[in-house]
Write a new protein. Structure first.
Length: 440
């Protein structure tokens, strides 16, 4: 029972991530240029710039579930400091583990914002961002956080890694509703010829709610939809796999956790349910696929991931993007994180969040790096891409939600021989799609 409770919490966390809207924002930057006259870190006497990172590192969801953004951001700042910091000032990182609870999150906010006086928060990944309103009231810019809840579509001064078009006036989205596009479903229909989609969920409220959202989007794109709901406490994945095979599903989406996905994949292999794609999300876009899906080799090699950031495996060894050299900014990330035991897309997004703060701080050279100055940079409404690591992130305040939107996406497929292989370039995989409402 204890394990299933942990699975429950893990599932809810994953669903909150999946329903987070994704868009993107960026200015030209030169983080890795050695500027003439820069004082080396070791001999600098300038006061450091203090930033905070809140992470649900020891949450009930599990040890490493939320640590990717933190690890990526810290690696970026380590490299930045080794190259002289920001105009001779090193970045001092203060971390806080909120334990995955609202009480713990408020305590972290108090410690970092009120006591440590950080100039900004960076790469937040909190299961329960209960202190978000407090951060906003203090006018502390929160840069590049993961939209695990609706905070980044609710409050000013909070800038999630995927952007927002919502008014952010204290209510989520527009009158309590957020909007998401159907670009993922459009992609698999157009590029892979998918026509029948299975949606697998638990008979648990958050899982079932997200499954309804996915089903709504698939139907809007003209799919025949097969729904498979399994018991939350004692899931029969084999029965679900057999049925989706019987009904001819050629693409599978889910509203379940990583553990459940691995069990579903094993069941699909066991019953011989071969599909064009078993689609997962950015949270599961990691280098541990072989271990996570060790009992499902066929399904494992049908795994696809979609997101709004450039594939962390798009390095010198990758050729799927049409070049033999990979992407320079990805190579910088991989070199800066080479000492980490594994790699993930969330690490790359944490790295991009740290880069975003660095650009903002450098824009304040004449006036001094303050919370207000960093926030002005973030609130310009200009798109940001972190040297091409992100699809253009925008923060605007539209009075009405858009009915349609042109949205791009990053797509990768897992191959045992090569890892995550990019499918085209994310700046070219773009679709004009309807925006569908949902309640967070």
């Amino acid at each position: 029972m204890r394990r299933r409770v942990r699975v429950a919490e893990r599932a809810v966390a994953g669903l909150l991530l999946l329903v987070g809207t994704a868009c993107g924002s960026r200015l030209p930057e030169s983080d890795f240029e050695d500027r003439p006259g820069r004082t080396p870190t070791g001999s600098s006497t300038a006061e450091p710039l203090r930033v905070g990172i809140i992470t649900s590192a020891t949450s009930p969801v599990g040890g490493n579930t939320f640590t990717g953004p933190r690890d990526g951001a810290k690696a970026y700042f380590d490299r930045l400091n080794a190259r002289g910091g920001i105009d001779g000032r090193r970045v001092e990182v203060r971390t806080c583990d909120d334990g995955g609870s609202g009480v713990g999150n408020n305590e972290c906010v108090h410690k970092l914002v009120d006591e440590d006086k950080v100039v900004a928060l960076v790469a937040t990944s909190a299961l329960d961002y209960a202190g978000a309103s407090r951060v906003s009231r203090a006018r502390v810019p929160d840069i590049g956080g993961q939209p695990i809840g609706a905070a980044y579509d609710t409050y000013p001064h909070l800038y999630g890694i995927y952007g927002s078009l919502a008014p952010r006036n204290g209510k989520p989205g527009w009158d309590g509703k957020l909007y998401g596009g159907t670009e993922i479903y459009r992609y698999f229909k157009r590029e892979q010829g998918a026509r029948t989609a299975a949606v697998v969920s638990y008979n648990q409220s958050a899982s079932a709610a997200y499954a309804r959202l996915v089903t709504q989007g698939l139907k809007a794109e003209g799919y025949k939809v097969v729904t498979e709901q399994v018991d939350f406490a004692l899931p029969n994945f084999r029965a679900a796999a057999a049925d989706l095979k019987e009904q001819g599903a050629d693409v599978v989406f889910d509203a379940i956790d990583t553990y459940g996905n691995a069990q579903l994949c094993k069941a699909m292999d066991d019953v011989g349910a071969d599909v064009l794609a078993k689609v997962t999300n950015v949270q599961n876009w990691t280098s541990t696929v072989r271990e996570d899906y060790k009992d499902a080799p066929r399904c494992r090699n049908a795994l696809w991931a979609t997101g709004s950031s450039r594939n962390y495996d798009d390095t010198a060894t990758g050729t799927a993007t049409g070049t033999a050299t990979g992407h320079e900014a990805v190579r910088e990330f991989r070199d800066g994180t080479k000492n980490l035991k594994s790699h993930s897309q969330w690490q790359l997004e944490g790295w991009a969040a740290a880069m975003w703060f660095t650009d903002a701080a450098r824009s304040c050279a004449k006036t001094g790096v303050t919370r207000a100055c960093v926030d002005r940079f973030m609130d310009t409404g200009k798109p940001y891409t972190a040297d091409g690591l992100l699809l253009p992130v925008r923060y605007e305040r539209l009075p009405e939600p858009p009915k349609t939107r042109r949205t791009c996406l990053s797509v990768a497929r897992w191959e045992d021989a090569d890892g995550w292989v990019s499918q085209g370039d994310m700046n070219d995989e773009c679709f004009d799609v309807p925006q569908l409402p949902y309640k967070p």
